[in-house]
Ligand binder design. Structure first.
Ligand code: NAP
Length: 267
């Protein structure tokens, strides 16, 4: 990732009162999650980092606070219903009972265990679906009362262009399945929550140089983080919902109109 210091294009407040805006970012201790957390904290949001490792979560929150942000960490393993329930209670206690943003960012890409069809195992495909698709659904459902209580909230699901059938190359079948499921979840929850002032969108970050993407990834982590922040703020303000935004679009293009789900991730 490109680190704490990004371009100064932090998103504007959706409601003009960022002092009251809290966002939970799953997998917020490193990679894209941490970059988005840094950007939103810079913009004035109170950031809750949902992390499965307590020490890594605490260290990441400390780093954001050292830079002047409001940040704390919440123990959260998105594959554990008990952990999700406990995290929802902690978030409610921390925020006073509402949540303006949820970024379902935590994800896994099981390189050697999900290459071609010969390498896939039951354990690998179950893990991919549990972390990348079922987890975001369960986390969103557990936090729904808090999202509804915010009087305008955004859910941002971090997807991948691998969900787009036109990118199929015969590899990473389990990963592709998990992100396709996440996209379907995005659209269906968007419909379910349309009348409840909760927008649900997905963001395709491109191929970025995190631990997952590797050092040679060609895209920019901070640009992807800006897109996450855009979806958490501008999309919420506009009521845009059920869309996939890709990092290959400029912010101006995004401002001009939403992207149809069927074009998600086309390179
Ligand atoms: N990098 C890319 O090129 C790329 C491309 C397309 C989409 N994406 C998506 O972008 C998102 C962020 O990826 P990244 O590149 O930042 O990856 P990363 O650097 O590998 O970070 C993954 C994060 O997810 C967390 N995580 C994994 N399993 C978890 C679980 N069960 N519960 C809670 N947290 C869990 C990790 O926590 P630990 O530190 O505890 O492991 C870590 O914080 C993912 O959804 C990924 O699929 C990435």
């Amino acid at each position: 990732m490109t680190g704490r210091r990004g371009p100064s294009t932090a998103p504007a407040s959706a409601d003009g009162d960022l002092g009251r805006s809290h966002v939970l970012i799953t997998g917020g201790n490193r990679g894209l999650g941490f970059a988005a957390a840094a950007l939103l904290a810079d913009a004035g949001w109170s950031v809750l980092l949902g992390c499965r490792d307590d020490q890594r979560g605490a260290a990441a929150a400390r780093a954001l606070r050292r830079s002047g942000g409001r940040a704390t960490h919440v123990p959260l393993d998105v594959t554990s219903p008990a952990s999700i329930a406990a995290a929802a209670e902690l978030v409610a206690a921390h925020t006073g009972g509402y949540l303006s943003g949820l970024v379902n960012n935590a994800g896994v890409f099981l390189d050697g265990r999900d290459a071609g069809p010969e390498s896939i195992t039951a354990e690998a495909v179950h893990e991919l679906l549990a972390v990348n698709a079922v987890g975001p659904l369960l986390v969103t459902c557990a936090l729904l009362p808090l999202l509804r209580a915010a009087g305008g909230a955004a859910v941002v699901n971090v997807t991948a262009d691998d969900a787009d059938p036109s990118t199929a190359d015969g590899e990473a079948t389990g990963y592709r399945m998990s992100k396709a499921a996440l996209n379907v979840m995005t659209v269906n929850l968007a419909v379910a929550l349309r009348s409840q002032d909760v927008v649900v969108n997905a963001v395709d970050p491109g191929w970025i140089p995190t631990d997952m993407g590797g050092p040679d990834a060609p895209d920019d982590t901070m640009a992807a983080a800006r897109l996450v922040a855009w979806a958490a703020t501008v999309a919420r303000r506009r009521g845009t919902t059920g869309q996939v935004f890709t990092v290959r679009q400029t912010i101006e293009e995004l401002a001009a109109g939403a992207v149809d789900m069927t074009t998600a991730g086309s390179r």
